[in-house]
Every structure is written in C-alpha cells, then in structure tokens.
Ligand binder design. Structure first.
Ligand code: SF4
Length: 479
C-alpha cells in the first residue's frame, strides 16, 4: 500500500497515509507493516476505513497508527524523515560487510552422516587439507573486508582432523588483530568424535566457541550420524568443562524420519542441559539433495516447527525456561530496530555481504551453500580463486556480484515488493537458483518463501495471544 493523500476524518482531524503493506493473518485481522518494520493489527473494517480516510480519529488505534508512522497529520516531509531515520537504523549493519568467515580446513571426516553436504574424504587422504599458504591468502583477504568484528568459523569435513591449521589460523589472526580496532572471534564446528582434552584446552585458552551436532535422542542421532551419540555427549561434557557451558552450542538437522519426533528432540536438548534449540530445515545439498528418504515438504517442516514451538511455549508456561532460536531471530527482526545480523536472512542477500567461505583449495565462495553447490558441480557463486586474485575490493565490485546483489533486493522482487513481511524477510538467491535455476525465483513455488510466509503468519498470531509475553522474554535481555 503506498499513498500520501490527506482527507478529513470524522472529527475533522486530517490525516495522510505513509507507505505500508498488509496481509490477512486470520478470519478477521490484518497485519500492517511499514518500511521501518513497525506493525499494527487491524480488523478488516478498520483497514478499509483507514484507506478510505474514514478512520475513527478518536480511537486508541488512531493514536497507535500515528505513533508508529502509518499516518501523519501535519508535515509529511517530517513524517517521511522520521520513518527514514528508523529504516536507516535497521540497515546500519550493511556497511559492516562480511563479518562471518568460514574456513573449510579439510574435507576429511570421521563420519559418513546420511545427509552430509560435502564430499568427505578418507581420514588418511590429506589432499583436501587447506595448506598454510592458502590460509595466509585467506587471512589476508579477510582482513581487507571492512567489518570490525570478524568471526572465523572452522568447518570441514571434520575440522579437528586438521587442528594444526586451526591453531595456525587462530594465532595468525590474533597477531594480525593486535593493536588494531579489529576483534576476531572463533568458532570450531566439530562432530566431537575425536575432540580431546588437549583440543578443549586450546579452545579455552584462545576463546574458541564450540558448535556441534546433536540430532536428538540416541535412536535418531545414531541413525543420522553413524552411531556417534555417546561420543558426542562425552565431547559436549569435555567442551563444557574447559570452554564453559555457554560457549558450547549444538545444532539439529531433521530428516523425514525424525520430523514427527520433535518433542523427543526438544526433550533430549533439555536433558543434556541446553537452554535452547534451533528447529531448522534440512539444507538440500550433498546427501540431502532430493528426492530421497531424507527429504520432506515445506508443509511437513512447518508442521514440525509449529508443533515444536507450541511444545516449547508450553514448557515455558510451566516454568521451564527454554527458547527456540529461529523464533528468537525472527522476533528480533520484528520487534527490534537493529538487525540481528543472521546471515541467512538478509536483504540484499547476506551471501558475500555477511559471509564468505574459504575452501581448502583457495576458492572463495559467497556462502556455505555456494560451496556446497560447487561440490555438486556448479561453481556459479565462486567469488574468486585466491591463487589468481587476492584483492577484496576488486572481487566485491565485480559486475556479476553487484548484479547478484541488485537482483536479491526484495523491494524490487516480484511478490516480495508487495509482501507485508518483506522488511523482516531475507532473500535467498542461491536457494532459488538451485531450486528454479533463477536467482530471483518465482516466490509462489519457492521453499524459502512458503516457509517464511507460514512462520511469520504463525508468529504474528502468537504475538496477538497471551503467550506473547513468553516470546518477549526470549529477547528481553538483548538490545
Ligand atoms: S520471500 Fe516470500 S515471505 Fe519473504 S518477502 Fe518475499 S514474498 Fe514475503
């Protein structure tokens, strides 16, 4: 909805409309969202009256509409300026390009997980180990990016199998950052199977956080991940002892077989001392590229998410503090004026802007998904090869990349440009390319879009319910 005319209300107060979009969320209510991400819920008759300049100007909703910049009474230029200021704050993170840097230090692995998204190598095959020379080139490239906070994430394969290089990169980055205004944080993504006290001590001494995989109770995890439930639990306990409980996190990956057991999965996270879970979808790359027995439809995933979220909210109602992380990310986007910086949900795309992936061989990809796509034979989203180009400014101003950024902007994307949720959503050019062969993608057939429409619809219903206080609590201590 875009309009700016000004007419007379019932008690002669005059108002004009500022730009907003709207969507029906149930039989009687519509959610209205403006460019600054502020929202308000109205019934259909109120919405019609608002647009017809016939709104009850003595109502509390009228004052809400005024205060949240959906309408103005005087000075349209000032109203637009205020709206623009909030919009600028929401997008203040954009110049802080490429905060997350994924180093694929080896493709060797101890496991052969069902849904593995890389072509893992035998543990004795060192041909996929990143060399120190390549690591030096990648570190140089990373330090050319403008972000003050650089987050280095070690991935594989199994990163612990090339731990000497993890040490080398960590210490080189620490030295490079010394005496500068750059801060470098580290995360080790590991299946924990061969994670020892020695690794844990190093992670403690260099403040490396640990991220692992826990797919659920033993029966689910062992089925997905090569009977490693026991060793993961041991590894979690070692990591917590040395690195600290708050610096050890786990991710779960659902498959068609575990999708119906979301309560069991949540219970396992509770039992193992986690205070949150991320109910994420399965990335359809590598072993998970369908059709196969692992995959599921978006509708099945949405059912899994809603059931899990309802269960978690029920736990909170009974006094157990536990959070669903994806919901918390989306709530921050909805309820905060600053972006939570979640790389998978950025507009324009976070691929390249928020994340870069350094493959073991010196290829730099726009994201982890771009790297996985390359593993499947398509390197369209390779930004540079460090053996040929080492300049970040040259790479990032390349025409193809700039075109990708432009095409990823939701404001100019069919369906998104009219969508009430565009200001909270993000673009997924790589997912659309994989799914439809086109980076913009037809949103009516897009998994990304169907998933987010369903999730946002559900969240706005929850924000209208008595449970909203539980959701507010999940982000209450974060600004
Ligand atoms: S991808 Fe779908 S949910 Fe997201 S902004 Fe576009 S139309 Fe809306």
């Amino acid at each position: 909805m875009n309009a700016d005319s000004s007419l007379v209300g019932e008690d002669n107060r005059r108002y004009g409309l500022l730009p907003f979009r709207f969507r029906r969320i149930n039989d009687i209510q519509y959610i209205l969202v403006n460019e600054a991400g502020q929202f308000i819920t109205l019934e259909f008759d109120q919405l019609r009256r608002l647009i017809d300049f016939d709104f009850d100007t003595s109502s509390s909703e009228y004052l809400d509409l005024l205060g949240r910049h959906f309408i103005y009474e005087d000075h349209p230029a000032l109203a637009i300026e205020l709206l623009s200021a909030i919009t600028r704050t929401r997008n203040a993170h954009l110049p802080e390009q490429a905060g997350l840097h994924i180093f694929v230090v080896t493709l060797r692995c101890t496991n052969q997980c069902k849904y593995c998204q890389v072509t893992q190598r035998e543990r004795s095959d060192r041909t996929s180990d990143m060399s120190r020379d390549t690591a030096d080139l990648a570190i140089d490239f990373m330090f050319q990016t403008p972000s003050k906070l650089l987050k280095v994430e070690y991935q594989g394969g199994e990163a612990v199998l090339n731990f000497d290089l993890v040490r080398y990169i960590t210490e080189t980055c620490e030295q490079r950052a010394q005496g500068t205004d750059r801060v470098v944080e580290f995360v080790l993504c590991t299946n924990l199977v061969e994670f020892t006290e020695e690794h844990a001590q190093y992670c403690r001494d260099h403040r490396i956080a640990i991220s692992t995989s826990l797919d659920g109770p033993k029966s689910i995890h062992d089925d997905h991940r090569c009977n490693t439930h026991e060793s993961v639990l041991e590894g979690i306990s070692t990591a917590r002892e040395f690195v600290g409980p708050d610096r050890v996190s786990a991710l779960m990956t659902p498959t068609a077989t575990s999708l119906k057991r979301v309560k069991d999965i949540v219970d396992e996270y509770l039992r193992r001392g986690f205070r949150s879970i991320f109910l994420r979808p399965l990335n359809p790359y590598g072993g998970a590229a369908g059709p196969n027995e692992l995959g599921f439809s978006i509708e099945e995933w949405v059912d899994f998410y809603r059931t899990g979220l309802d269960y978690i909210i029920g736990l909170n109602r009974s006094g157990i503090e536990f959070r669903e992380e994806y919901t918390a990310i989306l709530l921050r986007r909805i309820l905060r004026t600053t972006s939570p910086g979640f790389v998978d949900l950025q507009n324009p795309t976070g691929a390249g802007l928020a994340v870069l992936t350094y493959h073991f061989d010196g290829s730099v990809y726009l994201s982890d998904e771009s790297r996985m796509l390359a593993e499947m034979g398509d390197d369209r989203f390779k930004l540079v090869d460090l053996r040929e180009t080492t300049s970040f400014p040259d790479a990032i101003t390349d025409g193809d990349y700039v075109d990708l950024l432009k095409d990823s902007m939701l404001e100019a994307s069919p369906m998104c440009s009219d969508c009430a949720y565009a200001v909270y959503c993000g673009s997924d050019p790589i997912g659309h390319y994989r799914e439809q062969g086109d980076i913009i993608g037809h949103k009516a057939f897009s998994d990304h879009c169907r998933r987010h429409l369903a999730v946002f619809d559900h969240l706005f219903k929850l924000l209208e319910s008595d449970d909203r206080h539980i959701l507010y609590r999940w982000i209450a201590d974060e600004r």
